[in-house]
Structures are given as structure tokens and as C-alpha cells.
Design a protein around this ligand. Structure first.
Ligand code: DP6
Length: 343
């Protein structure tokens, strides 16, 4: 009763922000991402490897992440997630889970999408559940990080919000595989590798509850998505890049207009350098160097470009005094099982 899975991270081009059902992690809008795959200059890609073993010889659940015992929050989240999977299999065995991220140390990128998908895949396989990719995506969603639902698939992925109350139709589907448009690059640009901001789950809850603009978000995202998919289908980089960039700014407008709440803490994920880099990308574009950006719930920026501009942009990014690291990615394959276990 032991299995290991490797799952990649992903970046949304049309973002998920807000749940219609908190406990079931059901989004208010469908959203769309590119799965991070390895490139020539980054042959490892960005992924999480997770081994899960169930046994009646264990007398407690154990969670190890990157060589250390998980903190209370991560432990509780993992146990809650694996309780669902134990429930599906109808067993009560305790588990041991070990998870390792290959993200460059201190990269400042969340590992929850790849982590949630790897956990769902390894645990369900260890219990012999043999789920379809759709069911696996539902289970990854239930890790608590909705974006994990997308990491099950490779290439270009849509998490369809679904209509059902029980969430069974709220899962990701692969829209185009990783070979559809291999020349796209996302340069994950590290500006700040330490900031621990407000978790997305918490931030989006505050937006849903208090942002006066939130009512506009689901329809904005759905209309961006409707235009983005055909642009990706015809490999129209200028249209796709602009939609991704706009959708990111619309998301951050929602965040900025979210009320402070009792702790008097506004939801500003940008660092000063984030804005500086956004302006810089616009300036490069005005010069004819075609690049766009997208930014999640943190200060780091992902610069989107085509293969032919990757080297120039990487050099220009690295020459900026506030850029700490640039990690290239391209569309890659989805989660898979591995024969080699971590323990
Ligand atoms: C802004 O709850 O899926 O990245 O914060 O990494 O746990 P974690 O992710 P999740 O929220 C993701 C929010 C987002 C947009 C997106 O990825 O769609």
C-alpha cells in the first residue's frame, strides 16, 4: 500500500479567485492554466514528488515535507485530505507521507498546486483506487488548493467550475496537450524569496465577502477565458498574452479593492519591484520585444514570451538589480506515477 507520484506546478492565464462553496473548494469561475514543464536550460522543471504509504503497523499519521516534519497547519490539511481518500477506499490505516519539492531553494513559489496533485495521486494509488484523471482532479481540488486540480493534466488546462452541489463536475480537463504550442515560455522571475503573504484561500474569501467589485469578477474571467482558448488554439501569441496580462491586472484590482477587515491589513500582494517590473515589461513591448506578465497572490512575476525572445529577455531580467532569479518553463506533461519511492 505504497505509491509515489510526481506532479508539476502550473500558472493560471485566467485566474481562479473566490469559492462558491468553501468546504468543497468550488470556484465561482472556470479558469485556465499552463502546466510547467522542463526546458533545455531548466531540465528539471518545477514539480513535487510525493510518496504515501498506508499500513496497519503505523500508529499515527506522519507528514514530512522537504526533509522536515510538517508544521501544524500543513499536517492538519494533509490529514484532512487523506481522510477523504481513506473514506473513498473504506479503510482506516494510518499513513506516512513524504513530499519533496524540486523548486530551486527559496524560489518564492507556492508548491501547493503540485503538492496537492501529487498527494492525491500517490494516496489514491497506494489504496488501489485507480481513478480517472477527472476523478483525480476532483481529489486534488479537495487538497484545499484549488489550483492543484489543474496540475493533474499536462499542456493547457481548464478547471471547469461545474454546476453540481456535490462538486463532482468541478474538475480540470486538458484542452490542448503540451505539444500543441511548445514555443511558449513562462519565465518565473523571483523578486522576493521570503515573503509569506496572506494565503490565497484566505484572501479570496475576504474578496468574496467584502470587495464591492467582486460581483464583476466571475463574468470578467469567463469572458477572458472565452477569448483565450481560441487564441491559444490558433497560436496567436499577441492576443493570448494580452488576455493573460489583463486578467491578472483585473484580479489584482479585485484584491486592491478588498476591505481591510478586522486586522486592518489591505490585500496588496505587489512589492514595489512587482510594479517596476510590470512597467518594464510594458516598456520592452513598446520597443518591439514582445513579452507579457502574470502575477499570482504574491510579489513574484511570471514573464510570458516566445522561445525566440527567451535568451534576450532572460539577460534583460537578470540585469535588473531587484531580480534574484529567473526560472524558465514551457508547457509540459501532467502528473505521473513513479517507481522510485522517497522512503
Ligand atoms: C491567485 O488556493 O489554488 O494563484 O494559494 O497556492 O494554495 P495556493 O492556491 P489556490 O489559489 C490560487 C490562486 C491564484 C490563481 C490561480 O492559480 O488560478
Amino acid at each position: 500500500m505504497k505509491a509515489t507520484a510526481v506532479a508539476p506546478s502550473n500558472i493560471a492565464w485566467v485566474k481562479y479567485w473566490g469559492r462558491r462553496n468553501d468546504a468543497l473548494v468550488l470556484p465561482t469561475n472556470s479558469n485556465f492554466s499552463m502546466t510547467f514543464g522542463p526546458t533545455k536550460t531548466n531540465p528539471e522543471g518545477m514539480h513535487t514528488t510525493t510518496t504515501v504509504e498506508f499500513s496497519d503497523a503505523f500508529d499515527m499519521d506522519t507528514v514530512i515535507i522537504d526533509g522536515k516534519e510538517a508544521d501544524r497547519n500543513a499536517y492538519d490539511r494533509t490529514v484532512a485530505h487523506l481522510n477523504i481518500i481513506r473514506g473513498l477506499a473504506g479503510v482506516n490505516y494510518r499513513f506516512k507521507m513524504e513530499s519533496r519539492n524540486n523548486f530551486p531553494y527559496g524560489a518564492g513559489f507556492a508548491s501547493s498546486a503540485s503538492g496537492g496533485a501529487a498527494e492525491a495521486y500517490a494516496a489514491s494509488e497506494a489504496l488501489g483506487l485507480r481513478l480517472s484523471k477527472e476523478k483525480l482532479s476532483v481529489l486534488a481540488r479537495l487538497s484545499g488548493s484549488g489550483s492543484a486540480a489543474r496540475s493533474v493534466h499536462g499542456g493547457w488546462v481548464m478547471w471547469q467550475k461545474g454546476e453540481r452541489e456535490d462538486g463532482e463536475d468541478s474538475h480540470a480537463i486538458r484542452v490542448f496537450d503540451e505539444n500543441h504550442w511548445p514555443d511558449v515560455r513562462v519565465l518565473a522571475t523571483v523578486l522576493d524569496d521570503k515573503v509569506k503573504g496572506v494565503r490565497s484561500a484566505e484572501g479570496m474569501k475576504e474578496s468574496v465577502e467584502s470587495c464591492p467589485l467582486y460581483a464583476l469578477w466571475p463574468s470578467t474571467a469567463e469572458s477572458d477565458l472565452k477569448r483565450l482558448i481560441p487564441a491559444i488554439e490558433r497560436r496567436d501569441f499577441s492576443t493570448a498574452g494580452l488576455i493573460a496580462e489583463y486578467n491578472c491586472r483585473a484580479l489584482h484590482a479585485i484584491m486592491l479593492a478588498t476591505r481591510e477587515g478586522p486586522k486592518d491589513r489591505p490585500l496588496i500582494y505587489f512589492a514595489p519591484e512587482t510594479i517596476a517590473l510590470m512597467k518594464q515589461v510594458h516598456a520592452w513591448r513598446a520597443e518591439g520585444l514582445e513579452a507579457y506578465y502574470t502575477i499570482d497572490a504574491g510579489p513574484n512575476v511570471k514573464v510570458i514570451c516566445m522561445k525566440e525572445d527567451e535568451a534576450t529577455l532572460t539577460d534583460r531580467l537578470k540585469s535588473l538589480p531587484f531580480v534574484k532569479n529567473v526560472i524558465p518553463t514551457q508547457p509540459g506533461p501532467g502528473a505521473r506515477l513513479a517507481d522510485e519511492h522517497l522512503f
